[in-house]
Design a binder for this molecule. Structure first.
Ligand SMILES: [Fe+2]
Length: 198
């Protein structure tokens, strides 16, 4: 049997964050605001961590999700959904996160990577995304997860543990994320504007 190739999952070396601190600050954030979805969208929830400076609309409506391509049915034809995002303009931390550990995480990540939007993404129990691809790779820090959670890129699935490590995934290929557990999954997810997979 051929060996599985995990080259679309890049674990960043020498970088590890404190997950307990992230979890306790997530609890504090959730007391102030909840996960949001664009109107009519199911199985998607996000809290934006950064925004276009002084522009609340940049983290409202469809801007919390953004453009992607999907193959919706048996015809196998690719279609485009949602709105394009000007990722590089997202440079300001959202005020609620300012005095939290997330600010430190954001500053550290910004020094190492060219980032666009940074969001906390919810995957509800027993839910899945569409089969889709994004304009750019994504950086993941799992905060709350369970063994029934996996990212699937083309035909390769990988569970990403909440151990403080950072993984960049090649979301320019077709992929999905499913949570087969009975507990909500929360990841910090950032758009990475320099593609390490090219
Ligand atoms: Fe995606």
């Amino acid at each position: 049997m051929a060996h599985l190739n995990f080259s679309d999952f890049y674990q960043v070396p020498d970088l590890k964050f404190n997950i307990q601190k992230m979890r306790s600050d997530l609890d504090k954030i959730l007391q102030k605001k909840g996960f949001k979805s664009p109107k009519g969208v199911t199985n998607f929830g996000a809290i934006s961590l950064n925004q276009i400076p002084n522009d609340d609309s940049s983290i409202a409506g469809n801007n919390i999700r953004g453009i992607y391509w999907t193959i919706p049915d048996e015809k196998g034809k690719e279609v485009v959904r949602d709105v394009p995002i000007d990722e590089s303009k997202y440079t300001q931390i959202v005020p609620e996160f300012k005095n939290t550990y997330f600010n430190e995480v954001y500053e550290t990540l910004k020094k190492k990577f060219k980032l666009g939007r940074v969001r906390l993404l919810l995957k509800e129990p027993r839910s899945t995304l569409s089969w889709h691809k994004d304009p750019e790779p994504r950086l993941h820090i799992p905060i709350i997860t369970n063994l029934g959670c996996s990212m699937v890129i083309e035909n390769i699935a990988k569970h990403l543990p909440a151990d403080g490590h950072v993984t960049i995934t090649n979301n320019t290929k077709y992929h999905n994320f499913f949570n087969g557990g009975e507990q909500a999954r929360v990841h910090l997810v950032a758009c990475v504007l320099e593609n390490p997979f090219k």
